[in-house]
Unconditional design. Structure first.
Lengths: 143, 143
């Protein structure tokens, strides 16, 4: 699995950039994304929260259009990457996690380890830039 | 993995029964649950929906307290059970899916295949009943 991370300050356009990269990867292989949800509670529509709070280690919801929702305990970034690998994902884009050791595309001025490319543009991002960033992802070693 | 399903009409207390069974299973092994979420859209707090709608096959969120959220495409009940098996779950309780081939605990008067035990009580369920139902789960063959 080839992995790249998009980091930047708040409101710098990270999600918009991730969306554009995911869209550009369609048809080139299975794509997965990871995002940080600090403070995010288990969603409370349906009964996921009730099952989870009763003590289930894993709760899986079967939604319409064959969408699966899974909530599980005991995970950080490494476990999230493992979930993507187990799902047969070929390209993974991680939004956030500035302090990870992953290779990074950086929006704006923050300093990070493993900088691959700094992007000074704001959304909407142009297609040439997106293609260049996809190229950087494709060049990553399998991990 | 030992699997049992709890089915019944709306408002018959299915979720309350599942909660009580999950709680009673604590300390006896890893527990997973599955629930039906017909019409459930991808939750729209955070950016899960944006990643997913851009075309990601799998989106994983890393929440606080090491909770992982995963949304993926291409799943029904069988795939949900497979998710639980892959997570090392020993006991699985499925809420709903009356027409499945799973062994069933039924709340109320509906007719189903593979009926193990019909429960005529309403919540709160007594402890002796819950222990009896857990006993039925434990007697299920590994599947």
């Amino acid at each position: 699995m080839k992995v790249i991370s998009v980091v930047g300050t708040k409101k710098s356009g990270k999600t918009t950039l991730v969306e554009a990269m995911v869209r550009a990867l369609r048809g080139r292989g299975r794509v997965g994304t990871i995002k940080n949800m600090p403070g995010h509670p288990v969603e409370d529509r349906g009964d996921t929260r009730r099952h989870f709070e009763a003590g289930a280690d894993v709760v899986v919801g079967v939604g319409s259009e064959r969408i699966l929702f899974k909530v599980s305990r005991g995970g950080g970034l490494e476990e999230a990457l493992e979930e993507l690998r187990a799902s047969g994902v070929e390209f993974a884009i991680v939004e956030g996690f500035k302090t990870s050791g992953l290779p990074k595309i950086v929006l704006g001025g923050i300093e990070v380890d493993n900088l691959l490319r700094r992007v000074d543009a704001s959304p909407p991002f142009d297609e040439g830039l997106i293609e260049e960033l996809i190229g950087l992802l494709i060049l990553q070693p399998e991990s």
